[in-house]
Design a protein around this ligand. Structure first.
Ligand SMILES: NC(=O)c1ccc[n+]([C@@H]2O[C@H](COP(=O)([O-])OP(=O)(O)OC[C@H]3O[C@@H](n4cnc5c(N)ncnc54)[C@H](OP(=O)(O)O)[C@@H]3O)[C@@H](O)[C@H]2O)c1
Length: 313
């Protein structure tokens, strides 16, 4: 049995992770500020704001953990606080990061282009150059912050954990997470269902690139598995396959019995979520070599679309 702390753990795949850890017999505690329902039975709870270092220390008391899974680390400031507070009380620290750390559109000018699919070795966040400005305030998440600040905040947070002295740390570079109907709170799949269902065009780039996805329950499985391993460093988490926005639209249209309409946006302009004019789909080989087996996007995407159709009806 492991003593595991999940920072966040109150929505979407964070909730599923907590349940999986508990059901495996681990001693699980969630830490958040308490704005949503208490965790399920059998799971402990600590109320604290991770941005308040003194309050966080006080709330943790003398507790220590085999593993901390940090679901809500968005900035180097948050990472620095976490390092200081958890270093002496944690066996291994797992931060949920994002594939956006590879996004060429948010990398500094002159950064070398990635080879696609992107392996973890393509990005060492501890090595300059990094792009200004430093985001020093926590952001609410990918749906609500600028893509640039989000990606750079995650890169810099990773860099803090990876810096000297060594800290037993894993950053899980997570693909776009889908599935779960209304639980998928960013509404990105609902965007397609609503537009295609209403016969409105989906905005796309002229030659969109494929991108990486993972099912929300597969993501919870992956974090659960990661918590039980001993590896450190960056690891990509993505189902097999990298559909582009047109394949995604076709899956939605098939479910709705509609013909999708597309409107091509100018180069560099905003388009629908998951339309990309740049390539950074991820290679999931490191995780599979370590022992995790991913599913295929094409196996679960139709079901995820069906859940969203039901949730938006
Ligand atoms: N969804 C995707 O497609 C996707 C893709 C790639 C990566 N990711 C990453 O996945 C992670 C999942 O995020 P999530 O929000 O869904 O996770 P989560 O485990 O459900 O945690 C969310 C909860 O964290 C708590 N929290 C936020 N700020 C806090 C603070 N300062 N102190 C203490 N608790 C705080 C909030 O509850 P309280 O208000 O009660 O504090 C919030 O409801 C993120 O790191 C995101 O970058 C997501």
């Amino acid at each position: 049995m492991k003593r595991i702390l999940v920072i966040g753990g109150s929505r979407y795949f964070g909730k599923s992770l907590v349940t999986r850890l508990r059901d495996a017999g681990d001693e699980v505690t969630v830490l958040n500020r308490g704005s949503s329902a208490p965790p399920p039975s059998g799971v402990g709870r600590i109320l604290a704001d991770r941005d308040d270092e003194a309050g966080l220390r006080e709330a943790l008391g003398r507790r220590d953990f085999d593993v901390v899974v940090d679901q809500v680390c968005y900035t180097p400031l948050q990472a620095a606080v976490a390092r200081r507070v958890f270093a002496a009380r944690t066996g291994r620290y797992v931060m949920t990061s994002t594939m956006e750390v590879y996004d060429p559109a948010t990398l500094p000018a002159g950064a070398a282009p990635h080879t696609v699919p992107v392996t973890e070795a393509a990005l060492d966040p501890t090595r300059p150059p990094l792009t200004p400005p430093l985001p020093d305030r926590p952001g609410p998440g990918p749906a609500h912050t600028g893509a640039h600040a989000y990606a750079e905040g995650k890169r810099r947070a990773e860099a803090v954990f990876l810096s000297e002295p060594p800290f037993p740390y894993v950053c899980v570079r997570t693909a776009h997470v889908l599935g779960g109907g209304a639980a998928e709170f960013t509404g990105r799949l609902a965007h397609y269902v609503e537009r295609i269902g209403a016969g409105r065009p989906v905005d796309v780039h002229e030659a969109p690139y494929g991108t990486s996805f993972i099912h929300h329950l597969e993501m919870a499985d992956f974090l659960d598995w990661t918590a039980r391993q001993t590896f450190t460093g960056a690891v990509n988490a993505a189902s097999h396959g990298a559909p582009d926005v047109l394949a995604l639209g076709a899956t939605v249209a098939q479910r709705l019995g509609r013909r999708p309409r597309y409107r091509v946006v100018e180069a560099g302009a905003d388009a629908s979520p998951f339309s990309f004019d740049r390539a950074y789909a991820m290679d999931n080989g490191r995780a599979e070599t370590l022992g995790f087996t991913f599913g295929r996007v094409t196996d679960w995407l139709p079901g995820a679309v069906a859940e969203t159709v039901r949730a938006t009806a």
